[in-house]
Design a binder for this molecule. Structure first.
Ligand code: UD1
Ligand code: MG
Length: 459
C-alpha cells in the first residue's frame, strides 16, 4: 500500500497582487509551502509527496529542491484540473492520497495524522476536512443533507444567500481512496461562476456513485487558514509568531516586548537566553544558553554560543563562539566564524573569516577571507584588502599580533606570530615572526616654518 500526498501550488495567487507565486511567500522568513512539506513528512503517514507547480514553477522548485516530486499544470484551470496533473504518480491503487492546498501554512502534522486515521477508521472512500469559522467569507461551504451527512461543497461565488450563512467550511484538505481519485477527477466539469474545474465537485461525483463520503471536523480552525491575500498572510504570520514565542518563553527564554520579536520555526534557543525588542532570529539558527540577543538584531542560519552578547547587529550564515561580544552595528556574513571571547565592535564587517580566541576588532574594520589566530588586536580603521576587482585573496594572521590603526593588509599576505604593524601602514609583503612592520611615509617636521599670510585675490 502506497500513501500519497499532493500539494496544489500551481496557482497564480491573483489576490496577492504581487509578483512572487503565492505558495512561495515567506512567513517568519520561511516559504509558506515549506511548512506544509515539513508537516507532511513529520506526520509519518506519507510515502510519496507530489507538488503540483505551474505559475513561476522554478521559484517553488528552487525552494523545495528534491524534497518532493513535481507535476506540472501548464494552464491553471482550477484545483480539480491541478490534481489531474499528478495522475501519473498515483500508480498503486491500494492506498490513499491526501490532497492539500499550498496556501495553508498553519496546518500541522497532528491534523494530517488524525484526519487520515479517521478516514481509515471509518473506511471512507473520501474524507473532507472541514472546520467552523465565525467569518466564513471566501471559503467553500459544507452543504449537509437533512440527516446531517455531507452532500456537497459550494464555493463562495456560487453560493446562494442562505448557503453563504453556513459557517462550516471546506479547509481544502481531502483524503481519498486511490482507486476513485482519477476517475472522479475526469468527471469534473467547469460549469460554475469562475469556469474552473473545482476539486470540490468530487464530493458530489462520489456521492452519486454511492461511495462513502464523510468529513473530519477540525477543532482548531485557525490551523486551516487559507492565505489568499497579503492581509491574511500577516494574520497567519502573527499566529505563528505568537505560538513560537509563547512556547519559548515557557521553556525559559526571556523576551522583552515579544510582539516585536520574530523567531523562525526551525530555530533552537536554549534556556536562560534574553531577547530584546526588534530582533529576528530565523532559518536554522541555534542560540545557546546565557546569551543576550538584541535589540535590533537579525540572525539567520547562524550558531550563537553560550554567554554571547549580540546587539544592533546582522549575523547571516555565521557562528559566534562562547562569551564573545558583538555590536553595536556589526555585520557578520557568509561564513564568519568568530572565536571565543572576541570583541567585534561598532561598524565592523567580517566575511568568510575565522578568528581565534580573544580577537578584538572594536571599531571600524573590514575582515574578509582571513584566518586569524589567538589574542590578536585589529586596530580601528584597519582592513583586509582582499579583492583586486577580479579575484579574492586570503589574509593569514598568526597569534599575538597587533595590527595598528588604519592599516591596509593587501592580500594574499601572511602576518606571523607576535608581529606588530605600525598604524597607517599599507602592507603588501609578508611580515615575519616577532617583527615590527612599518609601511608608511615618515613624518618630517620642518622647524621654524612660519606660514606666510596669503592675500585673497579680488575678482
Ligand atoms: C479553495 C477551495 C475552497 C476552500 C479553500 C480553502 C476549490 C474550488 N475551492 O478555494 O472550497 O474553502 O480552498 O482554503 O478548490 N491551484 C492550482 N491550480 C489551479 C488553481 C489553484 O494549483 O488551477 C492551487 C493554488 O496555488 C492554491 C490551491 O490550489 O495553493 C487553492 O487554490 P485557491 O485559489 O487558493 O483556492 P481558494 O479560492 O482558496
Ligand atoms: Mg486559497
Amino acid at each position: 500500500m502506497r500513501r500519497y500526498a499532493i500539494i496544489l501550488a500551481a496557482g497564480k495567487g491573483t489576490r496577492m497582487k504581487t509578483d512572487l507565486p503565492k505558495c512561495a511567500y515567506p512567513l517568519l522568513k520561511k516559504p509558506m509551502i515549506a511548512y506544509i512539506v515539513e508537516h507532511l513528512y513529520k506526520s509519518t503517514v506519507i510515502d510519496e509527496l507530489i507538488t503540483v507547480v505551474g505559475h513561476k514553477k522554478e521559484v517553488l522548485q528552487e525552494i523545495l529542491n528534491s524534497t518532493v516530486k513535481y507535476a506540472v499544470q501548464e494552464e491553471q484551470l482550477g484545483t480539480g484540473h491541478a490534481v489531474l496533473a499528478a495522475k501519473d504518480y498515483i500508480k498503486d491503487m491500494d492506498g490513499y492520497t491526501i490532497i492539500l492546498p499550498g496556501d495553508m501554512p498553519l496546518i500541522d502534522a497532528s491534523v494530517i495524522k488524525e484526519a487520515i486515521e479517521e478516514h481509515n477508521e471509518f473506511r471512507h472512500d473520501l474524507t473532507v476536512v472541514s472546520t467552523i469559522l465565525e467569518e466564513p467569507f471566501g471559503y467553500g461551504r459544507i452543504i449537509r443533507d437533512e440527516a446531517g451527512y455531507l452532500n456537497s461543497i459550494v464555493e463562495e461565488n456560487d453560493a446562494s444567500k442562505d448557503e453563504k450563512k453556513i459557517k462550516e467550511i471546506n479547509t481544502g484538505i481531502y483524503i481519498i481512496d486511490n482507486r476513485f481519485l482519477i476517475p472522479a477527477l475526469m468527471k469534473i466539469k467547469n460549469k460554475n461562476a469562475k469556469n474552473e474545474y473545482y476539486l470540490t465537485d468530487i464530493v458530489k461525483i462520489l456521492k452519486d456513485e454511492l461511495k462513502l463520503v464523510g468529513t473530519y471536523l477540525l477543532k482548531n480552525s485557525h490551523k486551516a487558514m487559507g492565505v489568499n491575500d497579503l492581509y491574511t498572510l500577516s494574520k497567519a504570520e502573527n499566529i505563528l509568531r505568537y505560538n513560537i514565542n509563547k512556547e519559548l518563553m515557557i521553556k525559559g527564554v526571556a523576551m522583552i516586548n515579544p510582539d516585536t520579536i520574530t523567531i523562525g520555526q526551525n530555530v533552537v534557543i536554549e534556556e536562560n537566553v534574553t531577547i530584546h525588542p526588534n530582533t529576528y532570529i530565523t532559518g536554522n539558527s541555534i542560540i545557546k544558553r546565557g546569551s543576550t540577543i538584541g535589540p535590533n538584531t537579525e540572525i539567520h542560519n547562524s550558531i550563537i554560543g553560550e554567554g554571547v552578547t549580540c546587539k544592533h547587529s546582522l549575523v547571516y550564515n555565521s557562528e559566534i563562539k562562547n562569551h564573545s561580544k558583538v555590536g553595536p552595528f556589526a555585520h557578520l556574513r557568509d561564513g564568519a566564524i568568530i572565536g571565543e571571547s572576541n570583541r567585534i565592535g561598532n561598524f565592523v564587517e567580517v566575511k568568510k573569516s575565522v578568528t581565534g580566541n580573544e580577537f578584538k576588532a572594536s571599531h571600524l574594520a573590514y575582515i574578509g577571507d582571513a584566518e586569524i589566530g589567538n589574542n590578536v588586536n585589529f586596530g580601528c580603521g584597519s582592513i583586509t584588502v582582499n579583492y583586486d576587482g577580479v579575484n579574492k585573496y586570503k589574509t593569514i594572521i598568526g597569534n599575538d599580533v597587533f595590527v595598528g590603526c588604519n592599516s591596509n593588509l593587501i592580500a594574499p599576505i601572511k602576518i606571523d606570530d607576535n608581529a606588530m604593524i605600525a598604524a597607517g601602514s599599507t602592507l603588501d609583503k609578508n611580515v615575519p615572526k616577532g617583527s615590527l612592520a612599518i609601511a608608511r611615509a615618515y613624518q618630517v617636521n620642518k622647524e621654524n616654518y612660519i606660514r606666510k599670510p596669503v592675500k585673497k585675490i579680488k575678482k
